[in-house]
Write a protein that binds this ligand. Structure first.
Ligand code: HEC
Ligand SMILES: [Cu+2]
Length: 361
């Protein structure tokens, strides 16, 4: 029986340890978590095999034989030594593993000196990353760029419902809860591109709520950061803590709206492209109306037949800022976010209108 258990343990351990339970390791955290998983497997596989071996052995050894149908087993009342053994060993094992898991958790969440803080703002259905104010500018990006080897502290907030920020290759995840800021610490340690995804069912566009994470060399990261324009106010939602809404809206209003800027808003943080199809933006969303067809057949109609506004621009503006005032047939209210007038700056809405009206012609 001991031989069978030893052979079974060896085979099963070889199998479970050869499986990659985690995707490509890209952070110091995932290395620790993955080692913890291996230790848990090494501890639990022998126990599983021993228990199963004893069960199978007993089923065979103490089975009922012909003529024993009415026989009862011998009455056994306790075995102190056995009971002490099966209480003490699991208790030691449990305290040991829980203690080890705790040290892994502490190490993964330890506050490292020189960490960079990145604000992660979530909304239906997009992530947005804001970098520390530097050289008088605020950099906001729909793609998460990170320098290799630098500890990062993510401050995660939500503008609407509960979302969750998860990068499988970092093996770290935390919810974004409206009204509070949650914190996640990661030290990326492998150059590459990885997915970030929302792992909380947050609405009809949930499955589109993804972002790319790019870990690059520190010098490439600095070069990227210094190339970025000042994004001024965040494209959506309340400005990050410390930036007052009034002052941050200043520079954006003075710049003239352009179709290119509108396209950038459409395809990035505002999340329009997750719901709408629009060839000019390379967008293929299917939750909302196909804007290639609808803008031409609705807003571009002769003025007298237009429901939303007398000019093409006013029609598009109304569709963005008051989406439920008129609902195209086949759709219903409550899906297109109704608060873009608040979430986007007037300059961004103007840029969107410019972009969509040029796409409608
Ligand atoms: C969560 C999905 C979703 C997002 C995000 C979204 N929309 Fe919509 N949109 C819809 C739906 C659904 C409708 C149809 C119902 C309605 O009008 O409210 C719609 C309607 C529209 C219309 C009117 C189309 C018509 O048929 O007349 C326009 C224009 C529009 N959206 C533009 C935008 C822009 C610009 C953005 C980004 C700032 C955006 N949408 C973001 C889902 C979305
Ligand atoms: Cu989400």
């Amino acid at each position: 029986m001991i031989l069978a258990a030893a052979v079974g343990t060896a085979i099963l351990l070889a199998i479970v340890l050869s499986i990659n339970w985690f995707p490509t390791h890209a952070s110091t955290q995932i290395n620790r978590t993955s080692t913890l998983y291996d230790v848990l497997l090494i501890a639990s596989v022998p126990i599983f095999v021993i228990v199963e071996t004893v069960v199978v052995f007993c089923v065979w050894r103490f089975r009922m034989r012909p003529g024993e149908e009415l026989k009862d087993g011998p009455p056994i009342h306790g075995n102190t030594r056995l009971e002490v053994v099966w209480t003490v060993i699991p208790a030691l094992l449990m305290f040991g593993l829980a203690g080890y898991a705790y040290t892994v958790l502490r190490a993964n969440e330890a506050n490292k000196s020189g960490a960079m803080t990145v604000q992660v703002t979530t909304r239906q259905f997009a992530f947005e990353f804001t970098y520390p104010h530097q050289d008088g500018k605020t950099v906001i990006s729909p793609i998460l760029y990170l320098p290799k080897g630098k500890p990062v502290v993510f401050k995660i907030r939500s503008y609407d419902v509960v979302h969750s920020f998860f990068v499988p290759n970092f093996a770290e995840k935390i919810d974004a809860v409206p009204g509070i800021t949650t914190t996640l610490r990661v030290t990326p340690n492998r150059i590459g591109t990885y997915p970030a995804e929302c792992t909380e069912l947050c609405g009809p566009g949930h499955s589109f709520m993804r972002a790319a994470v790019q870990v690059m060399t520190p010098s490439a990261f600095q070069a990227w950061l210094s190339r970025q324009p000042n994004n001024g106010p965040p494209p959506i939602g309340a400005p990050p803590s410390g930036v007052s809404a009034a002052s941050s809206k200043g520079p954006a209003k003075t710049s003239k709206p352009t179709a290119a800027a509108g396209k950038a808003v459409f395809t990035s943080a505002a999340g329009c492209s997750t719901c709408h199809t629009l060839a000019a933006a390379g967008a293929t969303g299917t939750i909302g109306p196909n804007l290639d067809q609808r803008l031409r057949s609705d807003c571009a109609k002769p003025a007298s037949k237009r429901i939303r506004g007398p000019t093409l621009e006013q029609c598009i503006h109304a569709a963005i800022t008051r989406p439920y005032a008129y609902i195209p047939s086949g759709f219903h209210a409550g899906i297109m976010p109704a608060d873009f007038a608040k979430r986007l700056t007037s300059a961004q809405i103007a840029a969107l209108v410019k972009f969509l009206s040029s796409a409608a012609k």
